[in-house]
Design a protein around this ligand. Structure first.
Ligand code: HEM
Ligand code: HEM
Length: 182
């Protein structure tokens, strides 16, 4: 028999663990900074040595690559809260969008690194530790790095879809999905 309590319980699914929530919101904040700097910084073709906003973009971007990698290891190890979404198509869409974001979170900074190395820039992790060159000028790696900006836009589209889905859950379904990540 359903009581108000059982209904409240059904509508309040478990939250993500504290590490997942910290990863989620710190990565979201850093991504806002990273996209803003990416569009505000001077044209990369006019830059010989990264400084100012360009150095910040390279420093934060390489730190994001490390943070995303650690986050992925955690995603594989953790026990995620089960979904109580009854519609299979929505469960499938959520998994598809989350998985695409995980792939892009690694691909975008890796392509940025290839792009920077192809320009002969020194890449410093968080602006401090020098990382190896991934590509040389006119190499295949440098050509692949040209996809960096496009891949960043694709990531942004997936983030948009993700936020749209959360808004639909909050306002349309009123199932407090957002509470799982707060
Ligand atoms: C998740 C991390 C990253 C995001 C979201 C991101 C995003 C962006 C964006 C939005 C732009 C501007 C594109 C445009 O003007 O149309 C850009 C350009 C650029 N980024 Fe990143 N970036 C990231 C990581 C990195 C890393 C790690 C590096 C280097 C180590 C890097 C190097 C560059 C370079 C060289 C450009 C100029 C590319 C060009 O004009 O062809 N980025 N990035
Ligand atoms: C205003 C911005 C955002 C809101 C309100 C939001 C909200 C949420 C919520 C409620 C969940 C849990 C979904 C579920 O349980 O099925 C979630 C999961 C997730 N979000 Fe976001 N999100 C935001 C931005 C982002 C950004 C910028 C990214 C980065 C790419 C991101 C990546 C993810 C991923 C990969 C998951 C799966 C769970 C996990 O990785 O631990 N989100 N988000």
């Amino acid at each position: 028999m359903y009581t108000p309590d059982t209904i409240r319980f059904r509508r309040t699914p478990a939250r993500y663990d504290v590490a997942s929530r910290l990863f989620h919101w710190s990565c979201a904040l850093l991504l806002v900074a990273q996209f803003s700097i990416g569009w505000l910084m001077p044209d990369a073709d006019s830059v010989k040595t990264p400084s100012g906003l360009v150095a910040w973009h390279v420093g934060i971007g390489s730190a994001l690559l490390v943070i995303f990698s650690v986050r992925l290891v955690w995603v594989v190890m953790r026990k995620a809260p089960g979904s109580d979404e009854p519609r299979m198509v929505l469960r499938f869409l959520a998994v598809a969008v989350h998985s695409s974001m995980y792939v892009l979170m690694l691909l975008v900074p890796l392509l940025g690194w290839l792009n920077a190395s192809g320009r002969g820039w020194v890449v410093r992790l968080a602006g401090i530790w020098r990382l190896p060159e991934l590509a040389t000028a006119n190499s295949t790696g440098a050509a692949l790095g040209e996809w960096h900006s496009t891949s960043a836009i694709v990531l942004l589209i997936f983030i948009g879809l993700h936020i749209f889905a959360v808004v639909v859950h909050q306002i349309g379904f009123r199932d407090s999905l957002l509470g799982r990540m707060l």
